[in-house]
Design a binder for this molecule. Structure first.
Ligand SMILES: Cc1cc2nc3c(=O)[nH]c(=O)nc-3n(C[C@H](O)[C@H](O)[C@H](O)COP(=O)(O)OP(=O)(O)OC[C@H]3O[C@@H](n4cnc5c(N)ncnc54)[C@H](O)[C@@H]3O)c2cc1C
Ligand SMILES: NC(=O)c1ccc[n+]([C@@H]2O[C@H](COP(=O)([O-])OP(=O)(O)OC[C@H]3O[C@@H](n4cnc5c(N)ncnc54)[C@H](O)[C@@H]3O)[C@@H](O)[C@H]2O)c1
Length: 481
């Protein structure tokens, strides 16, 4: 098939950004024999945020930080960990590139993509590591023009550094991508923002040996989670030595000779904290700039995301948006599921949609992890359920000797159950292995498994799942008739 046009290359599918969802669709469509072009602007980002600067390196750092014992020298241990983690990301990056580019009908182009029209994208190849791969002969000057029948926008999100006087200009301010590549362990780390990213970094760097101060402007961290689980998580973090300052209005950052000083206000009083490094962890905004969305006629939302319907179609029916760029919760598994929805549009019966999503779990990777799914106790009552609460401290769950075996008995497990139907409405698990357990609970909720069925099932021994045999039998409160 000759796919050359007078103005460049024509593809059945063009994917902008090497995120999880887009690459899933690209790989499948390539296997179906469609001509696919995937554009990634950075040679350091094949595979996107997750394997390079997101989930994989940070969870590998959690692993290495957990391995450090009190006698291990912090700087040496940390430097070794950063080296291993960077090597791991490099391996994943190479694997992502090879698996995509190796497909017969798929070409990975390394360059910055900008829409020139609804079906036309120009790829800027002037960057140092830009590469047009096997279509290099179609490059004109420093640019490759690609027209396509279908286009996916999968450009992700980038960090927001708040506009606090002195913060953006401070030579001590970093974003997470920079911090995980820095081989010098900060002695004093200040973190601005206690969302998932800020809390995970606080836990990681504290365990590596940094003194960590975590600033949050709202009154409570993890505002959407259950009160008792959040209190237990805060107690664990504080016990490990993380200082958490909520209700903090940061007024200014001043660079000094050897440190930066953070000036903040809390309850009307002004305070200061000195730090060697300041991590901006105040959220990540969809990447919609420098994409030429106006030229494509693609609408954005007032909050700065690409507007999509439940099938992830944008205001242009042949253009889809997937992952962080379309707004909403930012998790790799949601981008991946966005890919399944779009693939179903392109090569399936088109019925799959975001409306199908039920009981999507989440995990905050502190030690031990905090994972949750479904409704919190408060949400369940607000939704009109009469609830019963099954709950136990991990240390008291005799059905789960594993916590004693691996010597971490911290945390609690809590289930919110509909008192009439015995359906599980939600669960919050602060426990070793919670990142795995929560997926079983999510499956149970999705398939209508009752609390009694989950309680009385046979689980292997000695595992964390066995905890369900115990905790689901301990009803600590139940709404009256
Ligand atoms: C530190 C950190 C830890 C995280 N931990 C977790 C976790 O444990 N679990 C979890 O589920 N999620 C986690 N996340 C969130 C998760 O990484 C993201 O939600 C997910 O990777 C988003 O994927 P995506 O498909 O939207 O796009 P991305 O993977 O972000 O890919 C977008 C790509 O598009 C490229 N691009 C942008 N503009 C252009 C352009 N114009 N032309 C060409 N290419 C372009 C970018 O370079 C990038 O590679 C974490 C995020 C961070 C930052
Ligand atoms: N385990 C995971 O799944 C995981 C891990 C890390 C990140 N992520 C995702 O990556 C995205 C980015 O994470 P994030 O934590 O940066 O974003 P976020 O939006 O979830 O949290 C940002 C926090 O910063 C606070 N904040 C904002 N400005 C502030 C200021 N000036 N002073 C003090 N606090 C301030 C906000 O109130 C909020 O609590 C999120 O969507 C997150 O879900 C997921």
């Amino acid at each position: 098939m000759d796919t050359t046009t007078q103005t460049g290359l024509h593809a059945d599918l063009l994917v902008i950004g090497f995120g999880k969802g887009g690459s899933l669709v690209a790989a499948h469509m390539g296997r179906l024999g469609r001509r696919v072009v995937l554009v990634e602007e950075s040679a350091h980002m094949y595979g996107g945020t997750c394997p390079n600067i997101g989930c994989v390196p940070t969870k590998a750092l959690v692993h290495h930080a957990q391995g450090r014992r009190p006698g291990d020298p912090p700087q040496e241990w940390y430097e070794g960990a950063v080296g291993e983690v960077q090597a791991l990301s490099a391996k994943f990056r190479a694997g992502n590139f090879a698996s995509m580019n190796g497909a017969d009908t798929v070409t990975v182009v390394t360059g910055h993509a900008v829409f020139a029209g609804p079906h036309t994208v120009d790829i800027d190849l002037s960057g140092e590591l830009a590469d047009a791969g096997d279509v290099a002969d179609m490059v004109v000057g420093d640019s490759l023009r690609v027209t396509a029948d279908t286009i996916l926008i999968n450009t992700g999100a980038r960090p927001i550094v708040p506009d606090i006087p002195g913060l953006r200009d401070s030579k001590r301010t970093v974003i997470s991508t920079e911090l995980i590549q820095t081989t010098t362990l900060p002695e004093r780390l200040a973190i601005v923002g206690a969302g998932y990213l800020g809390i995970e970094f606080a836990s990681i760097y504290r365990r590596f040996g940094s003194r960590v101060t975590l600033f949050e402007r709202t009154r409570r961290i993890l505002g959407h989670e259950d009160d008792d689980a959040v209190a237990a998580a805060i107690a664990i973090l504080e016990d490990e030595g993380v200082e958490i300052i909520t209700g903090a209005q940061i007024k200014e950052v001043r660079d000094g000779e050897n440190e930066a000083t953070i000036v903040y206000e809390k309850d009307g009083d002004e305070h200061t904290v000195d730090a060697d490094t300041i991590l901006a962890a105040s959220g990540r905004a969809p990447v919609i700039q420098d994409l030429g969305l106006e030229a494509a006629g693609v609408r954005t939302t007032p909050r700065g995301a690409v507007e999509v319907d439940e099938h992830l179609r944008t205001s242009q029916p042949h253009i889809y948006a997937l992952g962080d760029v379309r707004g909403g919760p930012q998790h790799t598994y949601l981008s991946l599921d966005d890919g399944r929805i779009v693939l179903d549009q392109l090569a399936g019966d088109g019925s799959r949609s975001t409306a199908d999503r039920v009981a999507i779990p989440r995990t905050l990777f502190i030690t031990p992890p905090l994972a949750a799914v479904g409704l919190t106790e408060k949400e369940a009552r607000e939704a009109g359920h009469r609830v019963k609460i099954a709950m136990q401290a991990v240390a008291d769950i005799t059905a789960m000797p594993r916590s004693y075996i691996v010597e971490d008995t911290r945390g609690l497990m809590k289930f919110v159950i509909d008192a009439e139907s015995d359906q599980i409405l939600g669960a919050t698990l602060l426990s070793i292995d919670a990142q795995e357990l929560v997926n079983t609970v999510a499956l149970a909720i999705r398939h209508g498994v009752t609390a009694a069925e989950l309680r009385d099932a046979v689980y292997t021994h000695p595992t964390s799942t066995e905890a369900f045999n115990g905790v689901l039998g301990v009803i600590v409160r139940s709404d009256g008739e």
